[in-house]
Design a protein around this ligand. Structure first.
Ligand SMILES: *Cc1c(COP(=O)(O)O)cnc(C)c1O
Length: 455
């Protein structure tokens, strides 16, 4: 464990960072010794009871405006930012991003319906998928989805046929796999076409009379903290676009995907969106003028737009380590090997005793929430805030092991619970039976006239 714990992204905040928490996450601060978010004390956001994740849609909007501003310095109005929906489905966050002008990126018919339901106009949607069924293609093309991501020759042919039949010419991008290592990123991946084979596919799209503007698309599939790496990635896509473009039919769109770390994590490591925008400009310097740039950030917009609050169940000491065991579970705060959910005390204790804790939940899985977090021992009684809980937490939550937390949103100066005990009980009872109803489940209770699935 110690060999990874030097990575700033896995480690807790230092006492200096904690004391000036607003320098890590500007909407938070300690005021009169109490943690505040957007000027509201933590105890007005969380009762101190059941664990909760509180979303701050305003921060997602601030992050959206920041990445837009940074890239617009180089790409002007010929660029658009589409929030990757799968990172967060919380309606208030979606509404706020849409109202601020963000587009949305969806990766399935389910997400397309969700985006439409929450008011995203069809032309603001980038719709990606590996394959689709015909009704999904018809729905996207018939509704005028803004940009259709195509992954592979079969889907290109199928989409062209649907477009021809409907009499529309959609803008499309061809997904490229830019990394040649491993089965997930490279040649054997389900996602994308290896860059060395991609020219032929992009040229086929450029030749087709059935599509409008043709672009190339890549997604880094990583939590990038290195602008140079991002610039190299942009360069791979840009060079491909330049190589296959002709004067009559140039590649007109580059979609650089998502894959940027949380804004506050990036800024903690000393880089900003401006550095990534500069790197993209450098990587794309050989491309033709008039190119449209598309970005699909998920984590970067919403990761630091939510804070979790949890009680501490207790401690566990082993030789040289102290664990603080949280009530909130890794079934919701999905563990990643390259990032953490840094804990912050709810009260600042200058004089109290401090120790360095590893933080995780109480279930028998070898996951962690954060390593080496210096904390005042008072958190054991009062509970903790955990930062960076907005991306891939509610959407990736697993329905096992630990209770689900409450979910709440902070809007217009007030907190509002959107998922609480009743919603949780109803959802879980339908799946697993009512765990709180006591023993004696009737084994035939779910019998009905037609018990088949898939109706
Ligand atoms: C998941 C995904 C994104 C967003 O990724 P982040 O790492 O959250 O920025 C963007 N584009 C595509 C195609 C994706 O699958």
């Amino acid at each position: 464990m110690d060999e990874v714990s030097t990575d700033i992204r896995l480690r807790g905040l230092s006492p200096q960072e904690l004391r000036k928490i607003d320098s890590v996450l500007p909407y938070t601060r300690f005021d009169a010794g109490r943690l505040h978010a957007y000027g509201t004390p933590a105890d007005a956001l969380w009762s101190g009871g059941h664990p909760a994740i509180v979303f701050f849609p305003q921060r997602a909007v601030e992050n959206y405006r920041d990445i837009r501003r940074a890239f617009a310095r180089h790409f002007g109005s010929s660029m658009s930012v589409h929030f990757a929906l799968k990172s967060c489905y919380v309606p208030s966050v979606l509404r706020a991003l849409r109202a601020a002008g963000a587009g949305v990126e969806v990766m399935s018919p389910f997400e397309w319906r969700l985006a439409r339901r929450h008011g995203f106009a069809p032309d603001s949607v980038v719709a990606n998928a590996v394959r689709r069924d015909e009704s999904s293609r018809e729905d996207l093309l018939g509704s005028g989805a803004g940009l259709i991501g195509i992954d592979g020759r079969e889907e290109l042919d199928a989409l062209c046929a649907t477009a021809r039949r409907l009499g529309v010419r959609p803008d499309v991008t061809i997904r490229i796999s830019a990394f040649a290592t491993g089965t997930f990123f490279g040649g054997n991946s389900k996602l994308g076409t290896p860059v060395e084979d991609a020219a032929e596919l992009v040229e086929a799209a450029l030749r087709s009379p059935d599509v409008g503007t043709v672009g190339v698309h890549g997604h880094q599939l990583r939590k990038c903290v290195d602008p140079e790496q991002f610039g190299a990635f942009a360069g791979i896509l840009g060079d491909l676009a330049t190589d296959v473009s002709t004067d009559r039919r140039p590649v007109g769109i580059i979609n650089l995907g998502g894959g940027l770390e949380s804004r506050s994590v990036l800024e903690r490591t000393g880089v900003t969106c401006d550095d990534f925008a500069d790197a993209a400009r450098d990587g794309l310097r050989r491309t033709r003028p008039g190119l449209r740039l598309v970005l699909e950030p998920g984590r970067h917009l919403v990761s630091d737009a939510a804070i979790a609050f949890t009680r501490i169940l207790g401690t566990k000491h082993t030789a040289g380590t102290r664990w603080a065991i949280t009530e909130i579970g890794t079934n919701v705060l999905a563990p990643f090997s390259d990032r953490a959910y840094p804990p912050v005390p709810l009260r600042w204790e200058e004089d109290g005793s401090w120790h360095t804790y590893h933080v995780s939940d109480g279930i028998a899985v070898p996951e962690v929430l954060c390593l080496n977090a210096p904390l005042p021992d008072s958190v054991l009684a009062s509970g903790l805030a955990l930062l960076d809980c907005g991306a891939y937490t509610t959407t990736y939550s697993e329905l096992w092991g630990c209770d689900l937390p409450d979910l709440a949103v902070f809007e217009e100066g007030a907190v509002r619970r959107v998922f609480g005990p009743e919603e949780r009980a109803r959802m879980l009872a339908s799946l697993y039976g009512d765990a709180d109803a006591g023993p004696d489940i009737d084994p035939d209770a779910d019998a009905g006239p037609d018990r088949r699935a898939g109706g």
